[in-house]
Write a protein that binds this ligand. Structure first.
Ligand code: NAD
Ligand code: UDP
Length: 347
């Protein structure tokens, strides 16, 4: 209880100390991470394993990469199941992080029906598993549930402005329906749920062909290719570095049962896409030039999380500024591209 009083009173040093205790493996848990081979999932698996927990990673490798989890085989507690969550799975677990779902627009639009199935049937299967095991379950929901928001910044109480049959709907409506299932399992079957709404997050281990804006701009800048701004670049997003987000996940999972969410996790500093392009060019020292391409249908105009709930209830606030996070991400892609070039030379 004192732990949360410190959070609420903003006593962050003490909070950090107690947070370490809370995460320590005094109780070693068996944790299922769906989508564990993806960008966010692989960082989460690593942190949980480092804390001494047992981790089962379930992934269908549609967008996930084996190289993201290769280094995790050094932990005895790590195991991998090649599994599509639209099918039920039976494992004994104490906690579930449900992250499986393609997150980048080109990837989730490539097979929209499978995306909806992943969100809806996948969540249903994971909730049934949680109910059978009496496990806590965290859902990776998204700022996309706010659609093209008419309330700015976005608070959790805002219901959103979402097109039910546009190109983004398989993802947006899929994730909205997943939230519905989570809250109905909580109400009718007493499942302990944690619903987190993630705003644009970036960092090492994104795929070079992920298609989202940060990875696109960095890869284009490093290769000296044109940087493609969709539309005039005045639309905004708020970019959160991966380490900050994963810290939020862990705090949320450890929070009292009564804190179900939905809760926003994102960096509240808002940038235009044009400003992001300038920053990437500056940090990479690239000679790439900016070109404009048509704005995709239903592309949201603005995005910024109101994170007061996460600050008040979890003492969570992102620490990594955009420039610092971009530098880390640029080195990741730099190393990846150098490796690819070496392979080309050998071939
Ligand atoms: P990602 O594409 O890198 O990872 C998704 C992972 O899920 C991949 O490993 C993929 O192979 C796996 N997967 C997809 N469908 C599956 C299925 N049916 N069964 C099993 N595995 C499946 O994306 P990410 O950025 O790591 O996103 C992870 C989660 O966080 C997703 O649920 C996404 O919707 C959510 N999210 C991410 C962001 C972000 O900015 N990164 C923002 C909002 C929400
Ligand atoms: N975007 C862009 N160039 C790109 C990729 C994306 O200008 O090469 C824009 C996109 O139109 C959107 C913003 O960047 O306005 C963020 O796109 P992303 O796909 O990263 O995330 P989301 O739209 O899902 O927030």
């Amino acid at each position: 209880m004192e732990y949360f009083e410190n959070v609420i009173s903003g006593n962050s040093d003490k909070f950090d100390e107690q947070d370490k205790v809370l995460r320590s493996p005094a109780i070693r848990r068996r944790i299922l991470v769906t989508g564990g081979a993806g960008f966010l999932g692989s960082h989460l698996c690593e942190l949980l394993l480092e804390a001494g927990h047992e981790v089962i990673c379930a992934d269908n490798f549609s967008t996930g990469l084996r190289r993201n989890i290769e280094s995790l085989t050094r932990f005895n507690g790590f195991s991998l199941v090649d599994h599509d969550i639209i099918e039920p799975i039976d494992v004994e677990v104490d906690e579930i992080y449900n992250l499986a779902c393609p997150a980048s627009p080109p990837h989730y639009q490539a097979d929209p029906i499978h995306t909806t199935k992943t969100c809806v049937l996948g969540s249903l299967n994971m909730l049934e598993l949680a109910a059978r095991n009496g496990a806590r379950i965290l859902q990776a929901s998204t700022s996309e549930v706010y659609g093209d928001p008419q309330v700015h910044p976005q608070v959790e109480g805002y219901w959103g402005n979402v097109n039910p049959f546009g190109p983004r709907s398989c993802y947006d409506e899929g994730k909205r329906c997943a939230e519905t299932l989570f809250f109905d399992f909580h109400k009718t079957r007493q499942v302990e749920i944690k619903v987190v709404r993630i705003f644009n997050t970036y960092g090492p281990r994104m795929r070079p062909d992920d298609g989202r804006v940060v990875s696109n701009f960095i890869v284009q800048a490093l290769k000296g290719e044109d940087i493609t701004i969709f539309g005039d670049g005045s639309q905004t997003r708020s970019f959160c570095f991966v380490d900050d987000l994963i810290d939020g996940f862990i705090r949320m999972m450890a929070s009292p049962t009564s804190l179900t969410g939905p809760i926003n996790f994102g960096n509240p500093t808002e940038f235009t896409i044009a400003a992001l392009a300038e920053q990437v060019i500056e940090l990479t020292g690239s000679r790439s030039k900016i070109v404009h391409r048509p704005l995709p249908v239903d592309d949201p105009r603005q995005r910024r999380p109101d994170i007061s709930l996460a600050e008040r209830e979890l003492g969570w606030r992102p620490k990594v500024e955009l420039a610092a996070g971009l530098v880390h991400t640029i080195s990741h892609f730099d190393a990846l591209l150098a490796q690819a070039n070496e392979l080309m030379e050998v071939a």
